[in-house]
Ligand binder design. Sequence first.
Ligand SMILES: Cc1cc2nc3c(=O)[nH]c(=O)nc-3n(C[C@H](O)[C@H](O)[C@H](O)COP(=O)(O)OP(=O)(O)OC[C@H]3O[C@@H](n4cnc5c(N)ncnc54)[C@H](O)[C@@H]3O)c2cc1C
Length: 406
Amino acid sequence: MDEAADLLSRTIDVLVVGGGPAGSAAALGALRERPDAHVVIADAAEFPRDKTCGDGIAPHGLDVLRDLGVTDAVAGYRPVDRMRLRTPGGAEVATPSARANYVVPREVFDARLVAAAQARGAQLIRRRVRSLEFTDRPRLDGRGREPVVVVNGSLTARVVIGADGANSAVRRGLGLPGNPPGAMAIAVRAYTEVAFGDGPPEQFIHMTDEGWPAYAWSFPIGDGRANIGYGMLRSRLAGGTDGTSAKTVLRRTLARMLPETPAHPATLRAHHLPLSTHRPRQPNGPVLLAGDAASLINPLTGEGIYYAVLSGSLAGHAAVRAAHPAAAGRVYRRALDAELGRHLRHTALLAGLAGRRRTLMDAAVRAARTRTELYDMLVEIGLGRGTIPTSSLTRLAMRRTMTGLR
Ligand SMILES: Cc1cc2nc3c(=O)[nH]c(=O)nc-3n(C[C@H](O)[C@H](O)[C@H](O)COP(=O)(O)OP(=O)(O)OC[C@H]3O[C@@H](n4cnc5c(N)ncnc54)[C@H](O)[C@@H]3O)c2cc1C
């Protein structure tokens, strides 16, 4: 029987929709838990493929990948262990980071992850998923019937993991709407040539008043190129009054903010970032959402790769560990909340405050210049799973009440 006919005739244990970081981590997580599971990754694109992104890989995501057995995700790329932050009010901090970041084009990074999942036994197929249907079919052992999910009317799976990004078809199939404009960012990214400087490489983040909260970035790859971009909330982005498209408005702002590094026009792309300030509740049942499909992007920084690999890994585990496919959603929801719940609540609180009061960001960055522990805490909150210490939380809650009263 050929591969296509074989796929149609059997019940797949875990069907992962999307082979980005969340999808590959989901496949790896499932196969680590149950190496003999039949895991299929269905992606609309052929790998290697580009993904519009800043290409910044935080060390926290690499920790998750290492746990999953992937040790070569950033091999050959140099560590970038300095970050420069500039706020709209002109405060600036440039400090070595406690742990290095990497800048790896997603065309390379994602292909490595999906290859690691294949090497572990996952089957990669090229397929755009359009529909989900919940039904049941006779069990192979003849003992009654079992509930299954039928995808595109032809692929049958016990559990489906929707890791299909910001415009998730699986999420729509569950009847869950996308993020509203106030919790959806949009950004343009491009590549540019950069001179090799004398100093250590650094990631530069330049926040701006225009449409606050918004920022431009320049992340050096280490091969004579940098990834540059500019992003802001969808709700703050009015198209040009002269009918200019959103992408053009973003491109012009990027050119104004980083005038010394012109974007290579052929590499300029825009994409949405569904922020974690509006996450759908993971339903009970056999369909799980991970990464961008679950609106897991940090509202303070736009970081999503760490959340994608962490949530993907947890979803993969839950998919094969739950006593019954129908219990997978609940098992996964609890695991995700245990890992990220507190952090996500704190980032939402901070994003709300910073969005209303950009001077808060100026004050934080000014203070971080002399207080390393504060700087490290901000980095952990922005790139990892850091939380606000209880004493500061009380002060922030009071400030929020005061702001609300005004
Ligand atoms: C401009 C920009 C800059 C960013 N910069 C950073 C950064 O520097 N660092 C960081 O950590 N995060 C960054 N992010 C966020 C990061 O890109 C995402 O959070 C991350 O890619 C999420 O991974 P994912 O696996 O959930 O989804 P994706 O990486 O989007 O992967 C989804 C996969 O699903 C496939 N797919 C989509 N629809 C279907 C379908 N219907 N059927 C089958 N397959 C489908 C796609 O082809 C794709 O391969 C940025 C985002 C943007 C837009």
